[in-house]
Design a protein. Structure first.
Length: 222
């Protein structure tokens, strides 16, 4: 018997994909505009979705339709998306000068959705590599970091971790907005001494540009 149209196989595959993303039936229904009861029936092999619904789910999970409708001996293939990767070390210590990077110089890295979590598939995420020890309480040296674009510092909360630049110098620090002193403070978070805050006033003609907020990091263990 063909896998195509097999309600049990589809339900098993759909459940595995939701589990990989730590999603509930309600989460998926809300994300795609389906009713919760309909998704529950699909996931439990009660009914089989129309091809347009299968395509919507495949696009959402970043997989081919076959990943949902066919049997897989080794489990459902992990959903994967690609992200721009800036091939220059961002400093988690003192700011490190990096050359301006043009869009055509950006590399692309494929990361499983299970690693990216709720940020999987976001189009405004860039990946970078952090170096240094000034943020070692939170982000170890050498971590791969995911940075979500920020258009307005007002969207940030005190304590958020950001990548920022000033005259081509990039760094990773905690962000604080000193409204009384009218300044942005970029604070290290390190177990080692010797790292000082970087302060930029609102009226500074060379006001620091905040590239984005660090929303995740991945560490390679030895």
């Amino acid at each position: 018997m063909s896998d195509l149209g097999n309600k049990a196989i589809f339900g098993k595959n759909l459940t595995e994909m939701m589990n990989q993303r730590k999603m509930s039936v309600t989460d998926l229904a809300s994300a795609l505009g389906f009713s919760t009861s309909t998704v529950w029936d699909w996931a439990n092999g009660k009914t089989y979705p129309r091809i347009d619904k299968i395509e919507m789910m495949a696009n959402y999970f970043g997989v081919k339709k076959s990943a949902l409708v066919e049997h897989h001996d080794n489990g459902v293939p992990l959903p994967i998306h690609t992200y721009p990767y800036i091939p220059a070390a961002i400093s988690a210590g003192a700011p490190a000068t990096v050359d301006a990077i043009t869009p055509d110089q950006l590399e692309v890295v494929a990361i499983p959705d299970a690693v990216m979590g709720k940020w999987a598939g976001h189009t405004d995420i860039k990946l970078m590599r952090a170096n240094g020890e000034s943020m070692n309480r939170v982000i170890p040296d050498g971590s791969l970091i995911g940075v979500h674009a920020v258009d307005d510092p007002a969207d940030l909360k005190d304590g958020d971790i950001v990548v920022f630049d000033c005259d081509g110098e990039y760094a990773v620090k905690r962000f604080f907005n000193d409204r009384t002193g009218r300044a942005y403070i970029f604070q290290p978070d390190s177990s080692k001494p010797g790292f000082a805050p970087i302060v930029r006033r609102y009226d500074d003609p060379d006001l620091t540009n905040i590239v984005g907020k660090v929303v995740l990091y991945v560490v390679e263990l030895a």
